[in-house]
Design a protein around this ligand. Structure first.
Ligand code: ANZ
Ligand code: ZN
Length: 872
């Protein structure tokens, strides 16, 4: 049998698939639809291993579902607007558009070389006017539906780059690029009213049962729904003429532990008090330097300023509390004012400890003597019974909350009840205005007479001008000599275009819907196509998008429903977040990072040592880290594909770890995968040579033939189930087990010149099943095998084989697994599994992975039939 040559085979099969348009999805297909989508890439320049992993996983699902008889939609596009293109323009004098499209061309070629079963006829780029035209239409529709707002908001302003920064771009109070101290500015901006769906977005998480729990939790926390009470505190008479402060609290039970009130630095009361108090003005100015990022606010030292105002306790008019302005109170949340109960809130405790206001515990943990319960440095936020709280004493927290709410609702201040129950959300409206060029223009015109005027639909798209310059700081659309000057669509008078563009998160909030009919020119979506394909059955991407991108897409889907573009609430029925690709790091003696390609590894005894490939100088092998340019521990997918072929890269990527965990990329691992490619090829090709085409099925099977058939159908059953669970690494373990069984059967048949008819059938069947099982992961190799077995058509269009369930009875064995000598887990293996198969199963086992606690495996020692030892 000749060696399998991926360099020849891979491009050849890709041509065949292309010619037959194998992966083009017809919207009028009568088969049931299945939509699998991986997060589309930002065209940064070249694909990286993270992309390879992401797209390899999605392709397994797509190819499997296609074989299962679905009309699979598996599209690809480009999240193509964004700041890096402008940065490249500034640095290299290349137009953002040219830079972006050149990157797209490169990356498209790279993705194509992976052999992904994508429907390229649906390709889209968000920076294309044919896409953003429809985004502008959606904006206008949302505006009409009352889902868009224009209001002032505080933003992080970078005075050097003259741009607004996202919270994540502010690092220690400075702009991430310029390093300049960030200023808080009030700007008029456009907002999507995501808060209109706060409750829904929270409640619907319950139904997203095919999402990772951790992602749902992250969404929940971000939305931050809480049930609390608005309480008005009467102020003692004062020179400012202020009569009350309203606070929002989720802990009304702690009201008798209150020590102070505090308002946000920009609260009207703070502003009023500052008018006659320059020291307070200075304090307020100082607070603004922290920026708008929650993280920075949390990190900053708690500080306050006593306004001199005094508020009466709602249950006792003779008890007064000082009113502070405090840096940790946010204007945008609740009412922008709080009462502080230091014994049970850490921020409040830090605050009173600084200003000497004392604390009184009002919740005592069960089993602790109230007389001896004191709080000093750590606030107590656990369960317990009320103490020091008059009529609340002895109650549980929920009872006390209810009692306080009930009483204060009945109490009147002015002519309204003192308190009112209130559900609050941490979620804020989504500010989408960006003072940037390379984004979707907001289709608005500002007229002196008519005010804000939407661009008429027939004038869409509002196209970006091409002739822009990046010589000056600020927004090139603002500097452009003519672009922004237009006639008002309403009165025809002089008017000015909105020069802000949309946050690039907008672009990715509806691309999945556009893919269902990307050809449509007159509207963003086609209702029939959207109804047919959405929700996405399986979405796959990085956990870094688990909050904002998913939340914005969920909002968009609802807003598009409200404006008649979709008929559903949730865009993604299934969600999966994959782990990262990590690699060892290497350092030369002078501490410089060294690329993996320049390091030769030798194993001396138990120790691995690194040497410079050219000079032979020793290289230190460092920790395993996420692949990153800064640490030079990056492996270029192109290099891997060039030397091993795409199938090997895909196989290794899927084999070594559960897909939601990090995978360690290693040369040894890739070589192992490459060896397996050859082994499978040899087995299948040999079977093809010896038994020819598909033999007819005999009436009975002898023992060896039956054993092989059992192995085939067991693997078939297990791989199908594990693809459904996205447990790709386990699929690979099953394939190893099957190939071992095939190898054994083939060895047994070697003695007889003519293979007996029953064994011939079993061998051919096993080779065909093995081919189909690897086809989703190694599609090129599968075609070559398919041909060697003289099967009709293509592996890529064959139906998934039927499992014969009577062949599934179990012949398995349980082996104990030791980690560094201690028994930590068990694995179930086929009774006849050899050491290679057992090792594969151990590596894929979740129980073993748990026992490893993230430590990488150094070595696996299998004592056949008895025990497995894992060395970490
Ligand atoms: C009194 C109290 C006592 C509170 C206690 C907590 C613990 P969640 O649950 O996240 O909604 N708070 C209210 N508005 C705030 C603002 N604008 N800036 C900063 N903090 C604010 O948080 C609600 C709690 O956060 C509220 O309950 C309030 O403090 C504080 F032992 O009231 B609490
Ligand atoms: Zn006008």
């Amino acid at each position: 049998v000749e060696r399998y040559n991926p360099k020849e085979a891979e491009p050849k099969w890709r041509r065949v698939w292309d010619e037959r348009k194998l992966f083009e999805t017809r919207n009028d297909d009568t088969r049931p639809p299945y939509y699998v989508l991986e997060m589309f890439p930002y065209p940064s320049g070249r694909i990286h291993m993270g992309h390879v992993r992401n797209y390899a996983m999605g392709d397994v699902v797509a190819r499997y579902k296609r074989a299962k008889g679905f009309s699979v939609l598996h599209p690809m596009g480009w999240d193509a607007f964004g700041l890096p293109a402008e940065n490249a323009a500034k640095a290299n004098k290349v137009h953002p558009r040219d830079w972006t499209y050149a990157n797209i061309a490169t990356m498209r070629g790279q993705l194509q070389s992976m052999g992904l079963s994508l429907d390229w006829s649906r390709e889209l780029a968000t920076c294309d006017a044919s896409y953003y035209k429809h985004q502008q239409k959606l904006f206008l529709d949302f505006l009409k539906a009352g889902l868009v707002d224009r209001k002032t908001a505080k933003v992080n302003w970078d005075p050097v780059d003259e741009t607004v920064l996202a919270n994540e771009q502010v690092i220690d109070g400075r702009g991430w690029r310029s390093g300049a101290p960030v200023e808080l500015r009030e700007l008029t901006q456009w907002f999507f009213k995501i808060t209109a769906f706060g409750q829904e977005l929270n409640d619907a998480l319950e139904g997203l049962t095919r999402w990772p729990d951790k992602v749902r939790l992250m969404q929940k926390n971000w939305i931050g729904r809480s049930e609390g009470l608005l309480v008005r505190f009467a102020l003692e008479s004062n020179a400012l003429g202020q009569s009350e402060v309203e606070v929002y609290t989720t802990r009304p039970d702690t009201l008798f532990g209150a020590k102070f009130l505090a308002v946000a630095p920009d609260h009207p009361l703070a502003k009023a008090a500052a008018e006659t108090n320059p020291a307070l003005q200075d304090f307020i100015a100082e607070c603004k330097k922290t920026g708008t990022a929650q993280e920075n606010i949390d990190k900053a030292e708690k500080q306050g300023f006593d306004t001199g105002l005094r508020a009466a306790h709602p249950f006792d008019p003779t008890w007064t509390l000082p009113v502070y302005v405090a840096n940790f109170v946010l204007l945008e949340y609740g009412t922008g004012a709080i009462f502080g109960c230091p014994a049970h809130d850490q921020r409040d405790l830090d605050f009173v400890n600084k200003y000497g206001l004392g604390n009184t515990p009002v919740v005592c943990p069960e089993g602790t003597d109230p007389a001896s319960f004191v709080v000093t440095d750590t606030a107590y936020d656990g369960e317990g019974r009320m103490i020091n709280s008059r009529f609340l004493d002895g109650m549980t927290i929920p009872e006390a909350k209810e009692e306080v709410a009930r009483r204060l609702e009945a109490e009147i201040l002015g002519n309204r009840p003192i308190a009112q129950r209130k559900v609050n959300f941490r979620l804020r409206d989504w500010g989408i205005s960006r003072q940037r060029y390379w984004g979707c223009p907001i289709p608005i015109v500002h007229c002196q007479d008519c005010g804000v005027v939407p661009v008429p639909e027939q004038d869409l798209p509002v196209k970006l001008p091409d002739d822009v310059s990046f010589d000056k700081p600020g927004n090139p659309l603002d500097h452009h000599p003519s672009w922004k000057h237009v006639a008002c669509p309403q009165c025809g008078g002089k008017a000015r275009r909105e020069t802000d563009t949309m946050d690039t998160f907008v672009d990715s909030s509806w691309y999945f819907a556009r893919f269902t009919d990307p050809w449509r020119t007159d509207s963003p979506t086609d209702r029939k196509a959207v109804d047919r394909f959405l929700p996405v059955d399986q979405y796959i991407g990085g956990v870094e998008h688990a909050i904002l991108h998913l939340l914005y897409s969920r909002f968009f889907t609802r807003a598009m429903k409200a404006t008649g573009h979709t008929g559903l609430d949730e865009p993604f029925a299934g969600m999966f977040t994959q782990g990262m690709v990590v690699h060892e790091t290497y350092r030369a003696e002078d501490g410089a990072w060294v690329e993996p390609g320049n390091v030769r590894i030798e194993t001396v005894g138990n120790e691995r040592r690194g040497f410079d490939v050219e000079t032979g100088a020793p290289i230190e092998i460092g920790s395993i880290e996420k692949m990153s340019k800064s640490k030079k521990n990056v492996v270029d997918p192109d290099d891997i594909i060039a030397s091993y072929g795409a199938d090997t890269a895909r196989w290794f990527m899927l084999s070594d770890s559960p897909p939601d965990r990090d995978v360690i990329w290693s040369d040894e691992g890739v070589q192992g995968a490459a060896r397996f490619v050859q082994r499978l090829w040899r087995l299948v090709a040999e079977i093809g040579e010896r038994v020819g085409g598909q033999p007819s099925r005999p009436a009975t099977f002898s023992e060896p033939a039956l054993a092989l058939r059992k192995a085939s159908h067991r693997a078939l059953h297990a791989v199908g189930a594990d693809i459904e669970r996205l447990a790709f690494n386990r699929c690979i373990a099953h394939v190893y087990t099957l190939t071992n069984a095939i190898g054994k059967a083939l060895d047994g048949a070697a003695e007889s010149a003519d293979v007996p008819a029953d064994l011939a059938f079993a061998l051919h069947e096993s080779a065909m099943i093995a081919t189909q099982l690897v086809a989703p992961m190694m599609p090129h190799l599968a075609e070559e095998c398919w041909q060697a077995l003289t099967l009709p058509g293509l592996a890529g269009e064959a139906s998934w084989p039927q499992t014969e369930t009577d062949l599934l009875q179990d012949d398995s064995k349980i082996l104990p697994v030791q980690v560094n000598g201690k028994k930590r887990a068990e694995v179930t293996v086929p009774a006849d599994a050899d050491t290679v198969a057992v090792e594969a199963i151990v590596r894929a086992s979740e129980a073993v992975a748990r026992a490893l606690e993230n430590r990488p495996i150094r070595k696996v020692i299998v004592v056949p039939g008895r025990i497995v030892n894992v060395v970490v």
